[in-house]
Design a protein around this ligand. Structure first.
Ligand code: AMP
Ligand code: MG
Length: 400
């Protein structure tokens, strides 16, 4: 049996980023950027007014006050989107709106509230420091600046940033096609009437959720019973997948046929069985560019092993800046006794109170208790060989 690290290493050495495609920025939410974005322009591209008011030269307002206002001739109106025609000379101002470019000769904007207008003149009640209410060119972004790095997850702010540089299209990773099959003769499609001895499929749904969350194009191929022909037919439908994930049927029971069928179909084994709890019986294989994972049927084992192994594959295929599991640390709030044999990923509830981050294990840790995944927000990573984790000790946690 190999360790999680050895298993991950075996996958890492075989998986590569998929191709990139160019798509509309409007459709890019949640995608992974596959180019550096540099701005070909300064943002804003010109010195612009940050207020509605009057563009002036600060030096012309020296000594202005409510009692002794300075009177300036208003040369023109400059709304946003227009460029002033005149250069400001001594004794002049231009009416200007927020977002409009400062006219030549101006260096400061006086807010409407600090002025009184009188026909084509304006009275200014105060002096201002040069540059007041002016957003200088390049205040946000300098021309040539790299604003986003390849591998970044595109969210709302990133979409706006890309568009602000003048781009309507952007290069992103194609979404890995992840096909999911649930196996087991007892597994029933939700929506059908429950039959004796059957349970509804949970894994198919959790796996589609996890794959979607990671940014894959996740497709559910349905449920296959524990019969060779039926399993083979389902598996064959995933020929063009980048990753095929099956749950159930990969252990050592009489009806656990998945591994043998996969090997018969020409899929080469990368590893089988990893020294973890939950999730020991996990199969990883490869055929051409397609990866295949056979995950244990217990819903918790299934989700945990997906996060460990499918997560790494999908992240790498997407060319993400960071791949695999993110980690942080927390103080354990109660002691945990453990059997030393296997590396454990316990479901835990992380809390942050007054800056102290604590984690408490969920009361039921059996791999069949799906409820623990609903309640938990982290997995507590308990190393192999450890028999006790003391209350107050610092442990590694993996956010779910
Ligand atoms: P297996 O790995 O096939 O031996 O299954 C282990 C346990 O997980 C059994 O109790 C199965 O009924 C259960 N199981 C397998 N597949 C699913 C599924 N898709 N949804 C919910 N439970 C499942
Ligand atoms: Mg089964």
């Amino acid at each position: 049996m190999i360790s999680v690290e050895e298993a991950t290493k075996k996958l890492k050495s075989r998986v590569k980023p998929l191709k990139a495609e160019e798509i509309s920025v409007l459709k890019s939410f949640g995608r992974i950027l596959r180019e550096d974005i540099r701005s070909p322009l300064s943002i804003p591209p010109f010195d612009r007014s940050a207020m509605d008011g009057y563009a002036v030269k600060a030096a012309n307002l020296l000594g202005a006050s409510g009692k002794e206002p300075v009177a300036l001739n208003v040369l023109e109106d400059i709304p946003a989107g227009q460029v002033g025609k005149f250069r400001l000379k001594k004794g002049t101002a231009a009416r200007i709106m927020t977002g409009a470019p400062l006219p030549r000769g101006a260096d400061t904007v006086v807010m409407v509230e600090d002025t009184e207008s009188a026909q084509d003149r304006v009275l200014i009640n105060r002096s201002l420091a040069k540059g007041t209410h002016v957003a200088p060119a390049g205040e946000d972004i300098k021309k040539g600046e790299r604003v986003l790095q390849t591998g970044t997850l595109i969210g709302a702010a990133e979409m706006g940033m890309i568009a602000a540089t003048g781009r309507s299209k952007v290069k992103v990773s194609i979404k890995p096609k992840v096909c999911v099959i649930s196996t087991g003769s007892e597994i029933l499609k939700p929506g059908k009437a429950l039959q004796p001895g059957h349970i509804y499929d949970a894994n198919g749904y959790s796996l589609i959720g996890l794959a979607t969350e990671l940014g894959a194009d996740a497709r559910f191929l349905g449920i296959a019973p524990d019969r060779k022909g039926a399993l083979e037919r389902k598996i064959a439908r995933a020929d063009d997948a980048d990753l095929l994930v099956l749950s159930g049927g990969v252990s050592v029971g009489d009806y656990d046929l998945v591994q043998d069928i996969l090997l018969d179909m020409g899929i080469k084994r990368i590893f089988y069985k990893v020294n973890i709890k939950p999730g020991k019986p996990v199969f990883a294989g490869i055929q051409g560019k397609r990866f295949v994972l056979g995950l244990p049927g217990h819903p918790v084992s299934c989700m945990v092993t997906f996060k460990l192994f499918a997560g790494l594959l999908i992240d790498t295929m997407l060319g993400k800046e960071e791949t695999g599991l993110r980690r942080r640390q927390a103080f354990l709030s109660v002691p945990i006794r453990l059997k030393p044999a296997r590396r454990k990923f316990l479901r835990g509830i992380l809390k942050e109170t007054d800056g102290r981050v604590t984690v408490q294990p969920f009361h039921a840790q059996e791999s069949s208790i799906l409820k623990s995944m609903v309640s938990a927000n982290v997995l507590i990573d308990a190393p192999e060989g450890v028999t006790e984790l003391k209350a107050g000790s610092l442990v590694d946690v993996i956010p779910l």
